[in-house]
Every structure is written in structure tokens, then in C-alpha cells.
Design a protein around this ligand. Sequence first.
Ligand SMILES: [Zn+2]
Length: 373
Amino acid sequence: MTDRMNMNPNLVLLSSLGWENEVICVVCQNCDWRFLGGIGKIPNECPHCHLAKLEEYPGNDFSMMVDFIKPPELHLPFSFPVSQLLEKIHNYSKNIPFAPDDLSLENLQRRLRKIYLPMWLVDSNVSATWQAECGYYYQAKSHQEKFSHGRWQTQEVIETRTRWEPRLGKLTRTYHNISAPALEEHRPLMAALGNFEYEKAVPVTTAALMNDSAQPALVCIPSRDKDDAWPDTLPRFQEQGSEESRLACAADQIREFRWKAEFSNQNWSLFLLPMWSSYYLDDENKPQSILVNGQSGQMSGSRRASMKKARKVSLAILIAALIALALTVVVGLISLTFPDLTVVAGIGLVFSLMIALAAIYPIAIAWSVNRER
Ligand SMILES: [Zn+2]
């Protein structure tokens, strides 16, 4: 390795970026997600698509990926208690009727993986001219006539109104830690995981990220570059600019904020969000992901019932109905000789039909579960 370093002066090793020597980069050949993880602590299969093995990134030169694999600046720690997580998973697996055989607490627990999802954070100097309408509250006194106790009475009413005034100005500021999605799948992931409390973010060392002995984590590598992410930050910068302009004008509200902004001295870093992932296989052996917010515990996963199981139960009920019908026919034949039994045969017929109808029930339930989402 030393020889190769000498041969290529531009070679960038993970360790030279600040990761420890035991950290490697792995890639999923199916979904193309890339992760950093500790040697010997990498799961066999991809924790995102669950369809392929994670393979080590070929070579040891990361010069093309430097921005994507820089150690993160901030992270939200996994703070949702594991005991409650297991309880949630247990309830999840219990609450799917005709659950596929693979959907068991043991399987879900064994396949649990800790993953840090990346977001971009950008600092930038902003120099802008802006214009807006600033709103100022004022108290207005008015009178209301009210008819009570047989006569008209005048009541004084004080209400808060807003006076809007046009304003314009210049602004030169540095804004820090404006966030933007770093993964193509950011939106669906956030929809599944719900909100994170960003204010609980804390700085993190690479050692602390990788050395959790109980359950080692994988750090997901961004799939969107800065150029893709930059437009997403603009509304955030504008929100901050608008709020600061409101404060500068000592206004109570601001609307119609427009600015011409120039950005300079951008500094990009990464921010990590905690997520648990697991999965089970449905009837067709297709992995169904279960995702849990590592901070709030919000859980999301597609519920798939096993149609095979439901059909078996339906078939058993149908067989019971046929047996009941066969008995009814026998009783019906006997009733030709003993007319008193006609009533029994009649009841038997109704009973058989009811059982036959009940046979639809398991299939209908499984079908309605599989139709969700
Ligand atoms: Zn994958």
C-alpha cells in the first residue's frame, strides 16, 4: 500500500479523510447504495434493497468521492430505546392477519440494521438586496350595538389589526447549516420516517459512529451531489433572509419577500439521521422493508398478508361446508321415509350455506391487507 501511495500522489485513502483504518466502503450492485462501515461489521446483504450482497468498493483511491465520504459534522444519535423498538416490531408482526411464514419477530430482529442517512449542510455568505411588505400590529377601537334586556347597548371592542408598509433593504450575512437532501430517495424516506428533531443534533467523531459494539452502524453515502442539492437550499436561505429582514424592520409580520442574492464562500458538510431497517419476505419471496426512525421510533412498512395461507384456511372451511352439505343430503334422503326430519334437513342446508359463505372471509381479509397503500 505504501508503494502505491508513493506512485500516485493524488491517492486519497479513507484514513486520510479522517476515518479510522478499520473502515471500508461497500457497494450494493443491485440498488447502487454505498455505505461506510467497520471491517467485519458489514452485513452480508444490502440493508436498503435486501436483494444483493454488499461488496467492497474496488481499489483504495477515493479521490473521486472525497466530498461524499468526508466525516460528518453533525449527527442525531439513535435515542429511541431498543426495548421499545422490539415491542413495536413485535406488535407489527402480530397485527398482520395471515402473515407470511417469514414474518416473525425473530427474523425481523435478526435483520435489524442501524443506518445513518446523510443530508447536506451548507454554510454560505449572502449578499442581497430585498423588498417586502412589513406588517405592524395596532389596536383599533370600534363600537358594537347589542340588544339585551329590552334595549340597545353600545359596547366598545378593541381588536388587533395589521398595517402593511413596503420596505426594501440590503443584507450581507453568513448563514450556517442550511440543510438539503443528499439521497435521491430522501422524500419517500422522510415520509416513512416522519419528523426528526434537528435541534438535538450533536457533533460526532468517526470512532463514535463506528464503534457501537452492541449494534454497529453503516453510514450511507450521498447519491446527490452538491449541484443537485444546491437549488433545494435556496428557499431555506430565503426564509432566513426574510426573517432577518422582518427583525431588522422591527415588524410583526412579513409578506411578498423578494430578493436578489449572491452567494459566496460555500462550505459543505454532512449531517446524519438515524434509521433502523429490517425486512421480511412475502409470498413471492420479495423483501418488504420495515423502517424505523432512530430518534422518534416512528415505524413504517408495507403490510403483506399471505394469500397462500388465506386460501388454505378458505379451502378448509369450504371442505367443512361440503361435509355439512353431504350430511344434509343424507338427512334429506332419510326424511323421505321419516318426514319429521325435513326440518332438520332444512336447517342443515342453511347451515352448510353459511359455512360456505364464511370461506370467502380469509381471502377477503388477506386481499384487503395487501391492497393497503
Ligand atoms: Zn441494495
